[in-house]
Design a protein around this ligand. Structure first.
Ligand code: ATP
Ligand code: MG
Length: 585
């Protein structure tokens, strides 16, 4: 059936403030219907009057009234359409905003599992279906349904035999159409799911163009695309076939109803129950139900599509973030301690039962202001620790504390401000260098930006940009080299002035000049803050006060760098002896 209840449940909060407008819409809509029912009565009187041989003085006022009523009815019809669209879009725009906000607050695991293309289709595509639903629902279904009922009432008043026959027929017709509709519905659901998958796939491929082309995966991607298309086409054909069945059934039903009216009409006229005017009236009324019934039928299909959309929006809305509820404790200023307390973590949440544990019972305590070099083979869990500190994920067991406050006790926005992270690949936006540095925060004055650049000793970097702060960057890597992008990211973080900085160093090798720039910038960046530096180069490690070595998700060594270096049995001195570039890179 038409998912009216689900729709209103989903939108009650958004429709409530629009109540006056909805009420106005109801008045206008029923006004239109009343006028539509009135006009055939005028025609009946006109015909009967003419047949009785009454003159123009009696007929002309009837004709003029007829025209005025017709014009008024059309005007109201336009007004009601406007109102319905307006209400539908106003309500769903709020829903769009809320849904976007909701999705932005979901955990990283969710975002890794849903491509951006899929989310666009679900937030924009599905909600557009909902806004159409409202106008279609009000005007085409409620309006036309009321019109049909009004016509039936009028027919009963005219002659109970006609009223009864047409009522029975209409009920049967509705039954048949509903039955067909049940068949068509699941087919449309399948089409929408495949469409979302296809758009998601295209989005993913477009994002990965560079890697796909470079690795010669083009033909493979084409084949996968082909496979989706191959599923999509038969589903679409089945969907439209269901629609075709409904369409042809309406035409047959219409033919039947006209026949019934003519047979009944001529009989009732023959025995003198109805006048010619009344017979015409009955014919006209039944004719009037044809258009609404057809519209309701056409709408069934759209509304059903909306039903699928409603279910999907609802599902997205009720998807809970895996992050625990947000607390409201604020985190102190200045350098912060970082504490892992028996943290165990896996990315997969055991949907398939086989979640692979990435961090096993990790505990360490970093005092405020210390700089820790985090070492370990690739895949040992270094970036994962960084993601837990920035609370992109929540540990399955154990606690992460910053400045003594457990991450889920902290106010999220506050918390994110106090933690800065530079990852292995810096994301840039298609905007000026200035906007990339400030994250579009216009409140940060130019002086502060220049001061930050100066304090990080990056003036030469700034001078190398063709238009200074106004240089436009491309999205993705921005047309900057990995080293330049890192320098930009450092400035970005410096402006935020966090208490903890996590540097996930790029493992790619840089030219000595850039490397020297980075080294010095990092030194300045870490002044007066706690630092966790995921290092791939010896140069970066020598800056660390402490060393933490991870192996397969376990802490195997944690201590003062100088002491570990002096101890010939430590893993760290082993690494220094073998050359850590060879071991860790
Ligand atoms: P590298 O030195 O290469 O950067 P790393 O020490 O940073 O390695 P992590 O990225 O923390 O390693 O990965 C640790 C483990 O977690 C690996 O086995 C990896 O396959 C897995 N892993 C990393 N990211 C995800 C993810 N988003 N979903 C599922 N598993 C992941
Ligand atoms: Mg990593």
């Amino acid at each position: 059936m038409i998912p009216v209840r689900a729709y209103f449940l989903l939108l009650t909060d958004y429709l409530r403030p629009l109540r006056p407008r909805v009420a106005l819409l109801g008045v206008v809509l029923f006004g239109t219907i009343g006028l539509q029912l009135l006009n055939p009565q005028l025609i009946k009187r006109f015909i009967d009057g003419a047949l009785e041989g009454r003159g123009g003085s009696a007929l002309i006022p009837l004709a003029v009234t007829f025209m005025l009523v017709a014009v008024a009815q059309q005007t109201l019809a336009i007004w009601s359409t406007y109102l319905a669209e307006d209400i539908g879009w106003t309500a769903t725009n709020h829903l769009r905003a809320n849904l976007t906000d909701h999705v932005l607050h979901l955990d990283m695991g969710f975002h890794k599992g849903h491509s951006s293309g899929e989310l666009i289709e679900r937030i924009d595509g599905d909600i557009t279906a909902l806004s159409n639903f409202f106008s279609a629902m009000m005007i085409k279904v409620v309006g036309n349904g009321a019109l049909v009922i009004g016509v039936l009432v009028m027919l009963w008043l005219e002659s109970w035999i006609v009223g009864l026959s047409v009522t029975i027929f209409t009920a049967l017709a509705l039954g048949v159409m509903t039955g067909l509709h049940r068949v068509a519905v699941p087919r449309w659901k399948a089409i929408r799911a495949t469409a979302a998958e296809a758009f998601g796939f295209v989005g993913e491929v477009v994002e990965g163009t560079e890697d796909i082309t470079a690795n010669g995966a083009g033909p493979y991607m084409e084949e996968r695309f082909d496979e989706i298309q191959r599923r999509w086409l038969p589903q679409t054909i089945r969907g439209w076939m269901g629609w075709a069945w409904m369409w042809s059934t309406t035409i047959i039903l219409y033919g039947l109803s006209t026949s019934i009216v003519f047979i009944l009409g001529s009989w009732l006229f023959g025995i003198g129950t109805l006048t010619i005017g009344s017979v015409y009236l009955v014919f006209h009324y039944v004719e009037m139900t044809r258009h609404p019934m057809e519209q309701i039928r056409a709408q069934m299909e759209d509304l059903q599509k909306a039903g699928a959309a409603i279910a999907r929006v609802d599902e997205l809305m009720t998807t809970q973030t895996k992050l625990k509820a947000e607390g409201d404790r604020s985190i102190s200023d200045g350098a912060l301690s970082v504490e892992f307390d028996n943290v165990t973590f896996a990315y997969a949440d055991g949907d398939d039962g086989a979640d692979e544990i990435v961090l096993h019972d990790v505990s360490f305590d970093i005092a405020p202001g210390r700089v820790v070099g985090l070492l370990g083979r690739t895949g040992s869990g270094k970036s994962t620790i960084a993601r837990l500190i920035t609370r992109l994920y929540e540990p399955q067991a154990g606690t992460v504390r910053l400045g003594g406050v457990a991450t889920w006790d902290a106010h999220v926005a506050d918390f994110r401000k106090r933690v800065g992270m530079v990852t292995q690949d810096v994301q840039l936006f298609r905007a000026s260098v200035r906007d990339n540095l400030t994250f579009f925060n216009n409140a940060i004055p130019e002086d502060r930006i220049l001061d930050a650049i100066h304090r990080l000793e990056l003036d030469s970097w700034l001078a190398s940009l063709p238009n200074g702060l106004d240089t436009l960057l491309e999205s993705g890597s921005g047309g900057l080299s990995a080293g330049q992008a890192q320098l930009l990211a450092f400035t970005r973080i410096f402006l935020e002035d966090p208490g903890v900085i996590v540097l996930d160093e790029a493992s790619s090798r840089l030219d000595p000049a850039t490397e020297a720039l980075i080294e010095r910038a990092v030194d300045h960046l870490l002044e007066g803050r706690t630092g966790i530096v995921i290092a791939h180069r010896l140069g970066t490690v020598t800056r660390a006060d402490d060393i933490l070595i991870l192996d397969e998700g376990r802490v195997v060594e944690f201590g003062k760098r100088s002491m570990l270096a002096a101890d010939p049995d430590s893993r760290f001195s082993d690494l220094l002896a073998t050359g850590m570039e060879e071991v860790l890179a």
